[in-house]
Design a protein around this ligand. Structure first.
Ligand code: ADP
Ligand code: MG
Length: 340
């Protein structure tokens, strides 16, 4: 997809603005006796992005940076502390409160764990039929025709072989295809896939990636593809957003971000991508340590304590998102020219 494709407001199918989700961590008994206040954990702390129809945006970052929470906020599994999500001209949060069925027709999710996200007592046809029944469809030939089409579109062919089976009779890859069939059976316009391949064998992963890419193109779906694995984003994403401690620190076209990362954190993630060529090497990542606790976000740039280029300004002042191209922006301190 060309950068120009995102240029008009009309094509910005989803607009996420300043989304935040905070959790209150209750203090233990001893802490309470010492008069300590409950901690506020800022899991998602002001996330904004646009997602066009037919576009795949990768949300990438280390474990604990807030990717899944962002995904759950988007599909309405969590209530935001602040911010908004618009789907076209509709306020998605208001729609979820007033007409939950209409919301679920537009927004669906594929979870990480294809073993835990399917009810083991139901047959595959019952699992796929559930969203349709929830939407008021009557059981009958029409309903099962839709179930069959969804299974076949998810690559489970011939569908008749799968309809009466139970999840435990399928492989991990087939189960994830069932999850995808369940997510597309209502013909949603927005799909969130949270680490959909991380629990699958290497040989199966690429089939699932190809399937998601084809469905997005054929059905003009907007896909938020959540992953901690930068090695796969080039195969599926149009753009990627790099997340660190509850914030997006860089966003842009996938080839540009991977070839010329602007933020030191992105550069470190890129240099950690394994090279498949024997003897092939990248410069070692410059950062050390782990992502800090989201209940104790450092002042200034939240990446500064791990950043090899951090200056005093970085440790005291929050950077803003800027870039020479409006399609590829990163956290930046304009006063010094420092990238983060
Ligand atoms: P990621 O998907 O990037 O690994 P998550 O979105 O799962 O990260 O979590 C972000 C942060 O929010 C982590 O510090 C995590 O421990 C915390 N968190 C997530 N869900 C909850 C919850 N229900 N209660 C308290 N803390 C949570
Ligand atoms: Mg996660």
């Amino acid at each position: 997809m060309s950068p120009c494709a995102h240029d008009t407001a009309a094509s910005a199918m989803i607009e996420v603005r300043d989304l935040a989700r905070h959790y209150t961590m209750q203090a233990g008994l001893m802490d309470r006796l010492r008069g300590r206040q409950p901690l506020r954990l800022r899991a998602v702390d002001g996330v904004s992005f646009d997602l066009a129809p037919g576009e795949v945006l990768g949300l990438v970052g280390e474990s604990g940076c807030g990717k899944s929470t962002t995904g759950r906020l988007l599909v309405g599994l969590e209530e935001p502390a602040a911010g908004s999500v618009r789907i076209g001209s509709e306020d998605a949060m208001a729609l979820r409160r007033t007409d939950r069925r209409a919301f679920h027709r537009r927004v669906q999710m594929v979870f990480q764990d294809p073993y835990g996200s399917l009810n083991p007592y139901l047959t595959i046809s019952e699992i796929i039929a559930r969203p349709l029944i929830y939407q008021g469809h009557k059981r009958g030939p029409d309903l099962y025709a839709r179930v069959t089409v969804a299974l076949e579109q998810a690559g489970l062919t011939p569908a008749a072989q799968f309809l009466t089976r139970h999840p435990h009779q399928l492989s991990g890859g087939q189960r994830q295809r069932v999850c995808i069939a369940r997510a597309i059976v209502l013909d949603p316009s927005v799909l969130v896939a949270d680490e959909p391949i991380s629990m699958l064998d290497v040989s199966i992963k690429w089939g699932i990636i190809r399937l998601l890419k084809r469905l997005v193109a054929e059905r003009n779906i907007s896909l938020l593809y959540i992953t901690h694995d930068l090695a796969t984003v080039g195969a599926i994403c149009d753009r990627i957003a790099i997340m660190y401690l509850g914030r997006i620190v860089e966003i842009g076209p996938v080839d540009q971000v991977l070839a010329a990362p602007r933020h030191p954190y992105t550069a470190a993630l890129v240099s950690a991508i394994p090279v498949a060529v024997p003897g092939g090497k990248r410069p070692p990542p410059e950062i050390s340590g782990a992502i800090p606790d989201a209940a104790q976000i450092p002042p200034g740039c939240r990446f500064a304590p791990r950043c090899p280029r951090a200056s005093d300004l970085c440790r005291s002042t929050e950077p803003t998102m800027t870039g020479s191209s409006r399609w590829h922006v990163a956290c930046h301190h304009p006063a010094t020219g420092a990238t983060a």
